[in-house]
Design a protein around this ligand. Structure first.
Ligand code: XIL
Length: 380
């Protein structure tokens, strides 16, 4: 990111109401929750929780963090607990529904809606190991189709109508080429055909759930092939009558890949066109995994938080204007629990600050930017 771009981000950040300091923790006269602000516009706000990964302990069993999630959110999605490898690490054992069931029971007691994520993640490294090494026998196509169908049926039937929205297929497109990823199942069934079958199976066994294709295409320069690949896939699924109903925008924003503040740059226009095209196919939109990677922003915390907030505000102003968008979920609420801490580190080695609250559960400027974007967006 250029110095000029960063200064413009900071200037834009100055227009927001900024951090709430320690006063976003509830009580009489407290700031409305993000879900309350979202509801006022016909949306819901939510986040993810998990029982733990990568040695950072269970977010779900951290009482203060769980309470923060209940206070801010109207929708919950498990971070890993409804993925295939976690549900079925060994095909000889029964499915492990316990962790998701525990989180969902709690979320329902808080009046939250539930999302499921994800029935089929296309990259081989996110399939169960045993699927990657499975012997598909003499009739490999039928065997591969049956494997997927069994998984979708087992999972959807277990959760029943409690899940309002399922990420049926996750990340099918290679960003560099715009082509479909291959895996051990596509090799036998065909790529679009496998994805279409996942949607048909989900429709059959989760008849009331919204069925979503979820991916991380961005408005960054250089992402044109990814966006085009996603649109091509969605059009092909529609053409074949596959019951895909919505597009999930993961929204893992990187501040280095943003257009000029205001969203008026060429890439902002391209992004709007991308959203319009998806909606033109009759698809609804969801923001499913918002966070802001602060690699490339300065070490200074005030500057960094302002840059993160400004980047999110820019992106949200364009994206929340899409009339068919009705959910806004962050991928976690507090920095220390972000999956980004496991990824490529910052050059200065400091912990990243990608989420609306810090490790002390104190609201940050990003929380203010999301609130301001919700207040400013058109109602639907
Ligand atoms: C991530 C989880 O946050 C990590 O704990 C896990 O190790 C890997 O997956 N896109 C997605 C999510 O669709 O499922 C990913 O979640 C983050 C990127």
């Amino acid at each position: 990111m250029t110095r000029r771009h960063f200064n413009r981000l900071l200037a834009a950040a100055g227009t927001g109401s900024g951090a709430l300091g320690g006063c976003a923790t509830g009580g009489a006269g407290a700031e409305p929750s993000l879900d309350a602000l979202a509801r006022a516009k016909g949306l819901r706000f939510g986040s993810t929780l998990g029982v733990g990964s990568a040695g950072r302990g269970s977010r779900f069993h951290d009482a203060a963090y769980r309470e923060l999630t209940a206070r801010e959110c109207g929708v919950l999605v498990p971070e890993n607990e409804t993925k295939w490898p976690q549900l079925c690490p060994d095909p000889r054992q029964p499915y492990r529904f316990g962790p998701a069931d525990e989180m969902f029971a709690w979320a329902r007691s808080q009046g939250m809606a539930l999302r499921g994520h994800t029935l089929l993640w296309m990259l081989p490294k996110w399939l169960p190991d045993w699927v990657n090494t499975h012997d598909f026998g003499a009739q490999p196509r039928q065997a591969a189709e049956r494997l997927l169908a069994d998984h979708v049926r087992t999972t959807c039937s277990h959760f029943g109508d409690s899940i309002e929205s399922w990420d049926v297929v996750n990340e099918a497109i290679a960003p560099e080429t715009g082509l479909l990823h291959e895996n051990v199942l596509t090799r036998h069934v065909g790529d679009v055909e496998l994805i279409a079958q996942a949607f048909h199976q989900a429709r059959e066994h989760a008849p009331k759930a919204q069925l979503v294709y979820n991916d991380f295409m961005s408005w960054g320069e250089g992402n044109a092939k990814h966006r085009a690949g996603v649109l091509k896939l969605l059009a092909e699924l529609k053409r074949r009558g596959a019951p895909v109903q919505a597009l999930g925008l993961q929204a893992h924003i990187g501040v280095w890949s943003l257009p000029a503040p205001g969203g008026a740059g060429a890439t902002g226009v391209e992004w709007r066109r991308f959203l319009d095209e998806a909606m033109g196919m009759g698809l609804d939109l969801l923001i499913t995994e918002l966070d802001v990677n602060d690699r490339g922003l300065p070490s200074d915390i005030a500057q960094r938080d302002a840059g993160v907030a400004a980047a999110a505000r820019d992106w949200l102003d364009v994206t929340l204007a899409a009339p068919r968008l009705h959910r806004l979920l962050c991928w976690g609420l507090a920095d220390h629990y972000s999956w980004l801490q496991d990824g490529k580190p910052r050059d200065d080695g400091l912990q990243k600050r990608p989420l609306p609250y810090d490790a002390q559960l104190k609201a940050k400027p990003l929380r203010g930017a999301i609130a301001d974007a919700l207040r400013a967006m058109p109602a639907r």
